[in-house]
Design a protein around this ligand. Sequence first.
Ligand code: GLN
Length: 210
Amino acid sequence: MDGNGKERAVEPRDGAPTGAPKRIGVLALQGDFREHAEILRGLGVEPVEVRVLEDLEGLAGIIVPGGESTAIGNLMVSSGLLDGIRSFFYKGGPVWGTCAGMVLAASATTGSRQPLLGLMNALVERNGFGRQVHSFETDLDVEGFDEPFTGVFIRAPFFEDVGPGVEVLSEVDGRVVAARGENILVTAFHPELTDDTRFHEYFLREVCGI
Ligand code: GLN
């Protein structure tokens, strides 16, 4: 009841009108954000290109795409989004990092220092599959998937070690290439470069809960 004795309507938690499509952010500083946005649209959610802090408002999740993790990291520092995405995450906001995004999600790298979000208890090796092997495709067995998923790897990282709270979803020759925590998913490969939308659906359903 408000001061006038009228009942207030129950507001949806994110303030969006009931029935409006959920909004999922795609960090759009550098890299292949457009492909993610296209797939999200096809799955009935509204993609939001994230370039400034204000773009994080009202998002049901955010994807940090592939690209060059040093470039994306430096741009996140200068835009304030490094801290912005950290605080989104620590408030429970769902995050999915693909390839460079997986590097940025890690708490440490085996290589030289670079800005990291550090959201996941893991040591990452950038370009972990060797300098010669720039790209390859392989069928992955993924925890929770009935059929293998074709992973497109482009100068991909892997997790060398993972700590408590990290669940490994897929490995290639003992190297971790997909993993999740409570509100985070990482993939070393590029699901947005295939027609297979199962990882996008997994993120929306299992991590974002939509
Ligand atoms: N090798 C790149 C990096 O570490 C990632 C490559 C990619 O995102 N396809 O930043």
